[in-house]
Design a protein around this ligand. Structure first.
Ligand code: ADP
Ligand code: ZN
Ligand code: ZN
Length: 735
């Protein structure tokens, strides 16, 4: 319906306020049809123009009519976002209490945010026209190139891609043939894999089949599934089975993974097995490539869309399934700006789009397990490894009072020695990069701390620098103690660098590869390292959690967890959940093919009940124990949280703001528990002092309803303008 001059256009702009902005169509655009989801240029302030997105049209505004300005121009002929996309983003903005404009814009490809026009690059095929099929070759004998190209097309009746590099030498011939009407151009969709010889498809085992069938029977409907399969149980094959089915029905699949660089195997397997257009949204894409991928998804050209967290916002023409692999992974939660959980958004998106949502994990989160318990999610179990592989055996090494060589007990060293002399690979896991996490003066006990944060500096030997793992600050390792001038500075504790050095001394002939964020900084190094591991060019792998995710190392038979004690004692109530997940994931790298692997865990607390339950009963029992604990202490998923964080160089300013915020919430309701203001676990970060207010409530709806008016009011507080603050709904990280 065309807009009339008196209509009000409600427009979202990328500004940090929790409302939209009203404009008039103006003389120029009244009587035009402008649909929600269309980008507009609008005046902003006295001199600026900005790009906005039309949310809706009504005949009411809270702003007086004479103060409303007309829009400047309309960017898009057609809305760039569908009604469904808008609805999802509106929901997310409401649920996370994040400004609608920032929600809409931060989830769009950069070029669209900038107001650039959108044009999908089209792939063309050259084919013979009817005239071209019948023309007598002799007629072209003076134009041998035209003849040759025509001949090529006769040999390839399905057509020749216009972008094929071999076409270059036919450039003018093609032009001439087209002018003569002998050939024609038509649009087509190239697929990644055109080879007829597919890799031999695996035969799904009974558990995989029943999981796949269960999901297939819900296609076209909303249902959440937990694909709860031990590491190596073949979850990927189940995804592939579902995707194949959907692709054959002309539907699309959206697959989320924690990190593209860490999951090359999953991507390749989908590529090799699904004969359809697949786009991968990875960080190396240029802005234009990203926009093209987005458009191909939106227009239904791409059948499979694969990406990390932000891919959840990719529009789909024919959504068929949403898959979230490793759903427990922390990377699905955005920790700054628009703090959403891609997993939780996926669940809502499935509901709105009426598609099944499949969450896959060997170590599901407590939230997901609780949803299984209450019957909201269907639990699909893959209890054993696919093929001949078996689950590794896990043993605890008690380190109490034992003589250690650096971080290694003799038991672990003997086990390593045994494996490598049998030409098998060993993985050692320590979630701490660098050489030593603590530098201390032997004489006066001075400790190297970050000047801007509340934590110790880590010493990195390769560049002889002290480095803060929170703000990135670096400084040179001092020659002498800055406090007492003594020259004996101790490097205490262990990081992956030190482990590598020690092991190289103990096993001088072993080939050691270290994988952490420092060693894989350069592009492609990760892939190269993985290749050399799989080619058998490494004996010992030392790594952080980067090594824990999704890899298959067929010749790996021993995993050593260097320090289990880190995860057992923490103030964060989620620390033990994380520890369990990490250990099981790392352990899962062992013995993937036909030999049972071994996992050795070094600890000073061999009898710790959580560790015991993890080792003797496995993740599911361990998780049951944790859930019971959470229930007794009324922690999530048995209650819901929101965290208001504030930071500033002055502690008083943040505390004052949070006190005000607290008082405002108390005035609103007595049903929400409020803790704080208290210092954040890391009180100082990058120079700023950080405080927080924790809100907790057992009723999710109630919390949500109260947060809306509260967050809008916070925006109007003068004390809130003086500090940096943010609201985090369902916070995952209390740091
Ligand atoms: P997960 O993602 O559950 O850890 P994957 O899907 O990566 O497990 O599968 C683990 C390994 O088992 C892969 O090498 C895969 O090719 C193999 N595999 C999966 N399903 C089968 C099957 N039905 N028969 C034989 N091998 C299988
Ligand atoms: Zn000193
Ligand atoms: Zn720092």
């Amino acid at each position: 319906m065309p807009v009339r001059p008196q209509h009000i256009l409600h427009v979202a702009l990328a500004v940090p306020v929790r409302r939209c902005f009203d404009y008039l169509p103006g003389e120029k655009f009244s009587r035009q049809v402008i649909k929600p989801g269309t980008r507009l240029q609008v005046p902003f302030g006295n001199t600026q123009t900005r790009t906005g997105i039309l949310l809706n049209v009504s005949d009411k505004s809270e702003v007086k009519a004479e103060r409303l300005k007309p829009i400047t121009s309309i960017i898009d002929e057609q809305p760039i976002l569908s009604v469904a996309d808008l609805r999802l983003k509106q929901w997310a903005s409401d649920y996370y209490h994040h400004p609608i404009g920032e929600t809409l814009f931060s989830t769009l490809p950069v070029l669209l945010r900038q107001g650039k026009s959108l044009k999908r690059k089209v792939d063309y095929l050259w084919q013979l026209s009817d005239a071209g099929k019948t023309i007598d070759f002799d007629a072209l004998r003076r134009a041998p190139n035209q003849q040759a190209f025509l001949q090529l097309l006769r040999e390839n009746p399905e057509g020749i891609p216009a972008t094929q590099p071999e076409n270059r030498k036919f450039y003018s011939a093609i032009k001439a043939l087209q002018e003569k009407g002998l050939i024609k151009r038509s649009e087509y969709t190239p697929v990644e894999n055109n080879s007829i010889a597919m890799p031999s498809p695996v035969n799904l085992n009974a558990d995989q089949l029943s999981a796949a069938n269960s999901i297939k029977s819900h296609l076209g409907k909303y249902q959440q599934f937990l694909l709860n399969g031990v590491t190596g149980s073949g979850k990927t094959e189940v995804y592939i089975e579902i995707i194949k089915q959907l692709v054959s029905e002309g539907k699309q699949a959206l697959v989320l993974v924690p990190e593209i660089g860490l999951t090359p195997q999953l991507i390749n397997r989908i590529k090799d097995n699904v004969h359809a257009k697949l786009v991968v949204l990875h960080s190396a894409l240029s802005d234009n490539e990203r926009l093209q991928a987005w458009l191909q998804a939106r227009d239904g050209i791409a059948s499979v869309v694969l990406g990390t967290r932000s891919a959840i916002w990719t529009p789909l023409k024919n959504p068929g399934v949403l898959i979230v692999d490793e759903e427990h992974d922390l990377s699905y939660k955005q920790q700054d700006g628009f703090r959403y959980s891609a997993r939780d958004v996926a669940i809502m998106r499935g509901k709105m789009d009426e598609t099944p949502v499949v969450l896959g994990s060997a170590t599901p989160s407590m939230e997901t397990l609780q949803n299984v318990r209450i019957g909201k999610f269907k639990n699909l179990r893959l209890p054993s490894r696919a093929g001949n592989a078996v689950i590794p055996s896990i043993q605890i090494i008690n380190m109490r009072g034992k003589r250690m060589r650096d971080a290694f007990s003799q038991t672990l060293l003997d086990a390593i020695s045994n494996e490598i002399s049998n030409k098998r690979q060993v993985l050692l896991f320590l979630n701490r990069r660098g050489f030593s996490p603590l530098v201390m003066c032997h004489s006066c006990a001075w400790v190297a701390k970050c000047k801007r944060c509340d934590i110790n500096m880590t010493y990195h030997k390769h560049n002889k620098k002290l480095c803060c793992h929170h703000c990135g600050s670096q400084s040179s390792l001092p020659q002498t103690c800055p406090q007492c001038n003594d020259d004996e500075l101790l490097q205490l504790g262990h990081g992956t660098e030190r482990l590598t050095e020690t092991l190289a001394e103990i096993f001088p002939d072993a080939r050691i590869i270290r994988i952490d964020r420092d060693s894989t900084r350069r592009k492609d190094t990760m892939q190269k390292m993985l290749n050399s591991i799989n080619d058998g060019q490494a004996d010992i792998l030392i790594g952080t959690q980067m090594l824990a995710k999704g890899h298959h190392f067929p010749n790996l038979s021993l995993v050593g967890i260097i320090d289990a004690d880190q995860g057992l004692f923490s103030t964060d109530f989620r620390a033990s959940e994380r520890m369990g997940q990490l250990f099981i994931q790392v352990s899962g790298r062992a013995g993937r093919v036909d030999r049972q692997g071994t996992v050795l865990i070094q600890t000073h607390y061999p009898d710790h009940p959580l560790l015991q339950s993890l080792v003797t009963q496995g993740y599911n029992e361990f998780a049951e124990m944790l859930l019971t604990e959470r229930q007794q202490t009324r922690l999530p998923p048995f209650s819901y949280m929101a965290l208001l964080r504030a930071e500033d160089y002055r502690a008083e300013a943040t505390q004052y703001f949070l006190q005000k915020a607290r008082a405002m919430m108390l005035a609103q309701t007595a049903d929400i528990e409020i803790f704080g203001p208290i210092p954040a676990p890391m009180e100082k970060r990058a120079g700023r002092l950080r405080y927080q207010l924790l809100l907790q409530c057992s009723d999710r709806g109630l919390l949500r309803r109260q947060l809306g008016p509260w967050s809008r009011q916070l925006e109007t507080l003068p004390s809130g303008r003086k500090v940096r603050w943010s609201l985090d709904v369902d916070p995952q990280d209390m740091l």
